[in-house]
Write a protein that binds this ligand. Sequence first.
Ligand code: BES
Ligand code: ZN
Ligand code: ZN
Length: 507
Amino acid sequence: MNIIKETKTFETVSSELLIVGVRKNSNVVKGWDQFISFFGTPIEEWVKSGDIQTDQKKLTKLPVISSNPNVKRILFVGLGDQKTLTDQVLRETFGQVGKELKKLKANTISIWLESFTAAPIDENDIAFLSAEGIGMGYYTVPHYKTTSNEPDTYLESVEFLTEADGNEVAASFKVGKVYADSVNEARSLVNRPPNILTAPELANYAVQLAEQYDFEVEILTRAELEELGMGGVLAVNQGSSIEPRMITLKYKATEDWKDVIGLVGKGITYDTGGYSIKTKTGMVGMKGDMGGAAAVLGAMRIVGELRPEQNVVAVIASTDNMISSDAMKPDDVITMYSGKTVEILNSDAEGRLVLADAVTYAKQHGANYLIDVATLTGGVITALGFDKTGALSNNEAFFDAFIEASIETGEFVWGMPLTESDKKRIRKSDVADLNNSPGSDGHMIFGGGFVGEFVENTPWIHLDIAGTSDSKSGHDLGPKGGTGVMVRTMATFIERFKDLQQERNSF
Ligand code: BES
Ligand code: ZN
Ligand code: ZN
């Protein structure tokens, strides 16, 4: 997409569509007066007659004839009451704009930045939020229909009508676009059918990403996992005819490999439940059980684009969870990569097994801080619904810093307790060190808590995105399907890590 930095006056706007924010109170559009001579109508009259809506997220498109022949249409964007304008409201509003632009098949747009600003949200913030919102709202789920070959993007250029510095706003827009594009990449991974996105294919995607962004990459095959004794991944893979993969990417920001953030993703490309089989309705949608892996790869794409001063290692454990005469069974006892033994009580509690090996591997690769992200339990949906990511942590300050990043991105994260009595139940087994399914009461905590057993003293955050990774319906920032949740929060956390750490006198 071509980004035209700035234009200062309406007369020089070069796009066919001008995007203008309108508010509910007296000053409907800041600075509109200067344009009245071009349109001949004070905007208040259009608002009074109902031709323009000012309610939050309400869009009005009007064809215009003015002294600038380039501008054919104006898209008025309702902002509601100025007092209610937050980053997130604006992001979501621009999401609706993105959806509308796709419908309008608009090729060139100009955004009047000052019509959207609301202190302390300035022109740079609006440029960033509009790129994020429009980029995510514009997203289309890739499909395999033979009947349609519509392009999925029409947008060729964006221009800013603004008094602010054009270089700065264009730079902010570019960063927002990197965020949106990376979320959309993660969404497309989640949306991909499981016969197409297998573990080896996910690994191929990671290799491509590594080539594009100059990451170190290592892909472990089944034979290599056997040699290393990664019993968790191997047990889950046992019923499958498709090979598993352990995927490692390293982004080296500094000469010496220290102060490393480890991102660990659950990459189950399909979860049948195994012998603890899911119901026929519970199984549909389990192609999305690699949402954690997708989030890690999306965040790594942002890291690759923006190249922050922060070392990052990403580890993704990937396989499907299938049934065959070779498959893992309840009552099996397996030995994990760390050496700990686990009594299998439920083959559908497979995510924690692959994550545990991945966490051990990330530590071995020098991770000093760990974030694991996974579609881990139905329990998190029971507890928090479909709009909140559930979290666990072993380090208050580290977790608090992550929450700060999540507030910035507008992705809701809620911490849950992990008590000593929960840990006791995870450690309860007559035949092994741990069991993989202590019960169905509050079991989001058992899932994450199991992973915690392998983290030891490393500062750690567990993110259960079972409710938030896949949306059952369209929303302001995108369509039904993969959401790319946690891509932006993890990337923001990485980008801001040094500051967040300093503000809290280390973790
Ligand atoms: N992949 C599922 C969790 C899930 C549920 C993801 C719904 C997305 C939507 C996970 O592997 C699983 O099956 N968890 C079980 C664990 C239980 C058997 C202890 C669950 O939560 O029911
Ligand atoms: Zn499962
Ligand atoms: Zn699963």
